[in-house]
Design a protein around this ligand. Structure first.
Ligand code: SF4
Length: 490
């Protein structure tokens, strides 16, 4: 079904893409069943922690330049705002000035919950406008706002005609979707609905790159093939978002991040999406540049770049391969990025003893098999016997890592590398995924793994001073997925 960017909100990933949060088995089983959309989410009858769609919405929207955010929620939903002090660091590595984080909470309390929160939302939007003079205001909804049924659309319509700037509702209520990444889609939907303008011209050298905040790994490479990246969404300006419709094509640096935004741009504005796995690993980077060249008529320039880059990094990669060959790795990260990391470490001749993804989308918004990153990983690098889907449950991680004892744990998110470290496993947190992309990305990952392996003693020393809080029953439990069963079978 075509994506409708006019309607107020996008359907959650749970319904749209059949996202699951609990699975364990072979990667090929998950992929085969996903292709028929036949994966049944195991029921996890005990969970230690969770996250929410609003978190993923924050990641994309808090750092939009010239925008203000009104979070229509109790103050607690706003607590992660403190981590955005990293805006300085993530802008510095990109070589640009940090955007101002301009966020206001409506602080929904008991009175608003009983009598409705529209009045305080209107006041907060006005306050955000007066205080920050933004080019757009994004309103994040929340569980409380969703449950009491506040009419956010009426506030949006009124404020837009009064203030004359886009007012963008983002429906990212935590209770609506068990899949956090639904928050990414909610932001893209809001931006496409309210900020992106109809194209007045085509910019044949402009390429939308949907990416996270962090280093710019693209501008210098793109310059060599006469292309300009439009890096979206975090750290971009409202004006940059408005012209997404004029670009020659769209690339998502992670399918889990950009599946909806890229597909919606293609379907609504005719901006083609690059339909190939993202540039993680040398072979996949070559392939990515070749497909990009086909879409933008730059084959000759791209072939030159591929040749030069391969020649440049070949001696480094070969040196790292000699050290890393046969080392046992465990990969634990978001859905598609785990598939990319698996491809990268296998290119180094490492053995992948297991992979866990935080969630799994059974399909993508385009349904194109080339964007099935799990399928591509299996096709290019082989199956993974110990493959699981688990949304950051430390008690499960503890069991998996203790049993498999990999030489290296490669993760992306906060806290997961900590579990490996506490177990004495050299662990790295590959937070800025841009740094791991393209040719230098492979070099960077190899160097980081070698550094971690060389710090083996440090990890061992930490583990000697850690006592996990689990009972002897859980420590001696054989099955890490003991709680991933139908409740009635327990
Ligand atoms: S939106 Fe809901 S799930 Fe998310 S932080 Fe607020 S209360 Fe928690």
């Amino acid at each position: 079904m075509a994506i409708d960017i006019v309607k107020s909100e996008v359907e959650t990933r749970d319904n749209r893409l059949g996202a699951v949060l609990a699975f364990h088995g072979r990667a090929s089983t998950l992929q085969k069943d996903s292709s028929k959309r036949a994966v049944k989410d195991d029921e996890r009858i005990y969970s230690q922690c969770s996250d929410c769609s609003q978190g993923c919405a924050e990641v994309l929207s808090y750092m939009i330049r010239d925008a203000a955010i009104v979070v229509h929620s109790p103050l607690g939903c706003l607590s992660p705002v403190s981590i955005y002090e990293r805006v300085e660091a993530s802008s510095k590595v990109r070589g640009i000035e940090a955007p101002k984080i301009q966020v206001i909470s409506t602080n929904i309390g008991i009175d608003s919950t009983v009598y409705g929160g529209v009045k305080i939302l209107k006041a907060a939007v006005r306050e955000a406008y007066d205080r920050f003079h933004p080019k757009a205001i994004l309103i994040h909804s929340s569980c409380a706002a969703g449950i009491i049924g506040d009419d956010i659309e009426s506030v949006v319509d009124e404020a837009e005609s009064e203030l004359g700037i886009p007012i963008v509702p983002i429906y990212c209520e935590g209770f609506k979707s068990k899949t956090w990444t639904s928050g990414f889609d909610a932001v893209f939907h809001g931006i496409l609905r309210k900020i992106v303008k109809k194209p007045t011209k085509k910019q044949e050298d402009l390429v939308n790159i949907i990416n996270f905040a962090g280093q710019d790994a693209y501008t210098a490479l793109f310059k060599r093939i006469n292309l300009r990246p439009n890096l979206i969404v975090p750290n971009s300006s409202v004006d940059q978002l408005a012209i997404m419709s004029e670009a020659a094509c769209t690339i998502s640096i992670c399918e889990s991040l950009g599946t909806y935004g890229a597909a919606a741009l293609e379907q609504n504005y005719g901006v083609p999406q690059l339909k190939v796995s993202s540039p993680y690993g040398i072979e996949w980077t070559d392939r990515w540049f070749r497909e990009l060249a086909k879409l933008t008529n730059r084959t000759e320039l791209a072939e030159k770049l591929i040749k030069e880059e391969n020649e440049r990094i070949k001696p480094i990669i070969e040196g790292y391969r000699k050290i890393l060959k046969g080392k046992r790795a465990y990969v634990y990260s978001g859905d598609s990025f785990a598939h990319y990391l698996t491809n990268m470490v296998r290119e180094y001749g490492m053995e992948v003893v297991g992979v866990t993804t935080l969630h799994h989308d059974q399909t993508t918004d385009t349904k194109n098999p080339s964007l099935d990153t799990l399928g591509e990983m299996i096709k290019y690098t082989g199956d993974v016997e110990r493959f699981s889907v688990c949304n950051k449950q430390p008690f499960i991680m503890y069991k998996i890592f203790s049993e498999l004892k990999p030489d290296i744990l490669i993760t992306r998110h906060d806290s997961i590398a900590t579990i490996g470290t506490k177990l004495g496993i050299p662990s790295i947190r590959a937070n800025d995924i841009n740094v791991l992309s393209c040719y230098d990305g492979s070099v960077n990952l190899g160097a980081r793994i070698i550094d971690a392996l060389n710090s083996n003693k440090f990890f061992k020393t930490i583990s000697e001073h850690v006592k996990f809080p689990y009972s002897s029953w859980w420590i001696n439990q054989k099955d890490p997925f003991y709680f991933d069963k139908k409740a009635e079978t327990k």
